[in-house]
Design a protein around this ligand. Structure first.
Ligand code: FE
Length: 204
C-alpha cells in the first residue's frame, strides 16, 4: 500500500512535522504518559536558560586561570561540575585545546550528540548529513565555508562524539585580551569557536 494512499495507516498523521509532534503529544498526554507542563519546562530550560554562554564562561576561566585550565584538560567532567554545569548529555565531558599547531573540531558522525549543559541545543547544521560526513573527509574545506582559514602548519583533528563522550573546544585566546576580566573574555567566545568551526573574536 503506497504512503499517499488515504487508507494507509501513516496517512492518519498530518504531513507537517510540527503538527505530527502536536498529534503525538496529544495522544501521549491523553494516555497519561507525559505531563505537558514538564515538557514545556524542559524545552524552555534548554532553549532559553542553558546555552553557549555556559561554555563561554568555562573557556573564559580556562584562559584566565592556568590551574583551572589544567584541571579542565585533566578531567573536564569534574571541573565543569564544580562550576555548576552538569546534567543530561553532559555526563562525560572531554575538553580539548586549540594551539598554533593543532586545531580541534567536534562532530557526531552518527547523529547529533552535543554537550547540552555547556552549549545548549545543537544548531541545525551540526545535525545535517553534510556536516557530519564532510567534516571528517575535508575539515579544512568545511572550515573555509565557516570563514576560517588556518595556517598550513596547523594540524586539524576531528573528534567524533558518542552517546557517552561529549567534547568542548577551548579556542585560542585572542591577542590583546590578556587584561580583560572574565565577563569580557566570555563575550569573545562564540558557540562555533567551542565546536571548532569558528575562532574566538578579537576584542574591539
Ligand atoms: Fe549523536
Amino acid at each position: 500500500m503506497p504512503h499517499d494512499d488515504p487508507d494507509h495507516p501513516h496517512a492518519l498523521l498530518p504531513p507537517d512535522p510540527a503538527l505530527r509532534v502536536k498529534a503525538l503529544e496529544t495522544i501521549l498526554t491523553r494516555k497519561g504518559l507525559i505531563d505537558p507542563a514538564a515538557l514545556d519546562e524542559i524545552i524552555d530550560t534548554y532553549q532559553n536558560k542553558i546555552g553557549p554562554q555556559n561554555g563561554a564562561q568555562v573557556v573564559a576561566r580556562a584562559w584566565h586561570d592556568p590551574e583551572f585550565r589544567a584541571a579542565l584538560l585533566q578531567d573536564a567532567t569534574v571541573a565543569v561540575t564544580d562550576l555548576g554545569y552538569f546534567g543530561r548529555q553532559g555526563e562525560h565531558m572531554v575538553v580539548v585545546e586549540n594551539t598554533p599547531d593543532l586545531h580541534n573540531m567536534v562532530v557526531c558522525t552518527l547523529c547529533s550528540c552535543y554537550p547540552w549543559p555547556l552549549l545548549g541545543i545543537p544548531p541545525a547544521w551540526y545535525k545535517s548529513d553534510a556536516y557530519r560526513a564532510r567534516v571528517v573527509r575535508e575539515p579544512r574545506k568545511v572550515l573555509a565555508e565557516f570563514g576560517v582559514t588556518l595556517p598550513e602548519k596547523t594540524a586539524v583533528r576531528v573528534w567524533d562524539s558518542t552517546a557517552e563522550v561529549r567534547y568542548l573546544v577551548i579556542p585560542m585566546q585572542p591577542e590583546g585580551s590578556k587584561n580583560l576580566d572574565l565577563d569580557a573574555l566570555a563575550a569573545l567566545v562564540t558557540r562555533d569557536s567551542m565546536i571548532g568551526t569558528g575562532l574566538a573574536q578579537e576584542p574591539s
